[in-house]
Design a protein around this ligand. Sequence first.
Ligand SMILES: Cc1ncc(COP(=O)(O)O)c(C=O)c1O
Length: 421
Amino acid sequence: MTTPWEQRYAQRTQRMGSSAIRELLKLTEQPDLISFAGGLPAPDLFPIDEFKESADRVLTRHGRKALQYSTTEGYRPLREFIVQKICRYGIEAAPENVLITSGSQQALDLIGKILINPGDRLLTERPTYLGALQAWRSYQAEFITVPVDDDGLQTDLLEEALCSGPKFMYILPNFQNPGGVTLNLPRRKDLILMADRYGTPIIEDDPYGELRYEGEHLPPLVVLDAEKLNDDSKTNGQGFCRGNVLYLSTFSKTLAPGLRLGWIVAPVSVIQRCVMAKQGMDLHSSTFIQMVAYDVAKGGFLERHVREIRDVYRHRRDVMLKAMDQHFPTAVRWTRPQGGLFLWAILPEHISAAAVLEKAVEYKVAFVPGTSFHPDGGGENTMRLNFSNAKPDQIEIGIKRLGQALSESLQETIVLEPALV
Ligand SMILES: Cc1ncc(COP(=O)(O)O)c(C=O)c1O
């Protein structure tokens, strides 16, 4: 049935697509299917009792404020909390540099709204986070990509892409979604120098930085940028926020994604633009949720909770890697992430991950084929696996099933090959 709206959709909606991941998540609703498809944190770790107590406390002590409209910038104590939290990673900011958003997904959309004109070129990693592509496609952006390898963005291939004049770069330095890879320190420094040389600013998206299971913490790009600016004596002692990097993060992976709470750290002038844009979207993020999240997180709880999450996810990652070593055909390669929620598998070039998925679903296991993470095509032989959501025994069973699906897919194509020749 046609409605009066079909001919009235704005041009920008033509490039909007429903996320392949969201569609796939529907498959995971089958009760006996083991899903490595979503990017879901483990629900068994959600601090439900703490949320109950905090919600009660907030309503009892500050009910009238918590249920009222509030400022677009966000609940001041929560912004101060974030300032202290990121200070531990060397990011020097004031509460005025922080805007609370409805998940970092909204931060990505706000960035699109204030920065992207139709036809603007954006430089992303290949593969990259699908949600950013979805947000920015609706502002009619074009994408230029630079591949990642086991050490993150291949900065030696960056120059040519920068020459084509992207408006900004979108970089996920820690345990990248989807690849699970981390940008090493020399490349971080190269990136900052090249961003400066070509005058191309950076959006640093860091939802997973706290979830490191091994190895040394590496400085965020925003910190390296501030150091570079300090070297150049450009800051006049005014802190990092005159710099070239906007920093995004979220409570989704450390507290709970259902809160829909993230944040942008940016120069005050950029925050003010984002505030205007956010007013048109949702006025502000939920006052009540911000107050409850602050009450849960403060006083050292968040740090203790993150330590617990790290232990659980490290174990799940190790179980998945061990099971893959045991059950995956030797022709398949995969990343060994030092943190985060994902690892990335690369199949022989002639194997389609989408075809493997069909078989995998018959075996009652799911993953995400990698094509959707490639803004300019390719990646048909790649797949993303999430290791945070399923329990260890399920991971073992699921990977064994997936190994069977992969072995069969590989054998079938080997049988087909002589006929093709
Ligand atoms: C790289 C990246 N950025 C942003 C988001 C959005 O997170 P949220 O909106 O839940 O804060 C995600 C979620 O998976 C992500 O992986």
